[in-house]
Design a protein around this ligand. Structure first.
Ligand SMILES: Nc1ncnc2c1ncn2[C@@H]1O[C@H](COP(=O)(O)OP(=O)(O)OP(=O)(O)O)[C@@H](O)[C@H]1O
Length: 204
């Protein structure tokens, strides 16, 4: 059982449809501090849609989302305090790794730039892609792109990490290192919400 029992957020009576296609109906969900939430289910059941709603990528006027953190004063503050890692890495192929990191850092208006770059470098070292950061991302493998985007989001030090099929392109060794990183992250009271079809993806 987690030592952090209080919630970060709660969603009540969530309903969502794409035209006549009802995707989510009366869904209730709580994200507790220091906990991992695994969303699983058949193809097309609405997992990615749910993650997009929880991260504010899809906006719903009637969304009943309650925040329980002093930093989540508004939806915008909340979005700055969390990170969303979709199943495709959102990077610019024509930039190198460092320039992608700097771009993301500036987009998110990170105030402590030195800390962000230091943390990103540290993670890149742990995940063994530091030597590639000065190379153009277009030449990265898919797994390397996934790692770089994970690093870019993780270095923002979010309170909740939302991940859609996070490690599908990662090799076993890197996946093991990522789990250690996420274990430390969780122990600090942060939360992880992730989607995976893999029955053996025992997160942490
Ligand atoms: N932009 C969209 N417009 C209309 N329908 C959509 C849109 N995006 C997704 N859908 C539909 O909504 C349903 C849920 O899609 P979603 O991607 O959330 O499912 P999923 O559970 O994540 O699936 P998978 O396991 O295959 O990734 C599917 O029927 C899909 O076709």
């Amino acid at each position: 059982m987690s030592q952090f029992k209080n919630p970060f957020l709660r969603v009540d009576n969530l309903y969502f449809n794409y035209e006549e296609n009802i995707i989510l109906d009366n869904l209730n969900l709580t994200v507790n501090r220091g906990e991992v939430l695994w969303i699983k289910g058949s193809n097309g059941v609405g997992k990615s849609t749910l993650l997009k709603i929880l991260t504010g990528v899809i906006k719903i006027e009637s969304l009943q989302m309650k925040f329980y953190d002093e930093q989540f004063k508004s939806m915008n503050d909340y979005k700055k305090s969390i990170a969303y890692i979709p199943d495709y890495p959102m990077l610019y192929d024509f930039l190198n790794g460092y320039d992608n990191l700097k771009l993301i850092m500036n987009l998110w208006k990170i105030s402590n730039k030195t800390k962000y770059i230091d943390l990103a470098n540290h993670l890149a070292n742990e995940l063994q892609i530091k030597d590639y950061l000065s190379q153009q991302v277009g030449n990265y493998s898919l797994g390397m792109k996934h790692k770089l985007f994970f690093i870019a989001m993780f270095a923002r030090e979010p309170k909740i990490l939302f991940m859609d099929e996070p490690f599908s392109a990662w090799d076993n060794k890197s996946y093991g290192i990522a789990l250690e990183i996420l274990q430390r992250y969780k122990e600090k009271g942060n939360s992880i919400v992730y989607i995976s079809h893999l029955e053996n993806i025992k997160m942490i």
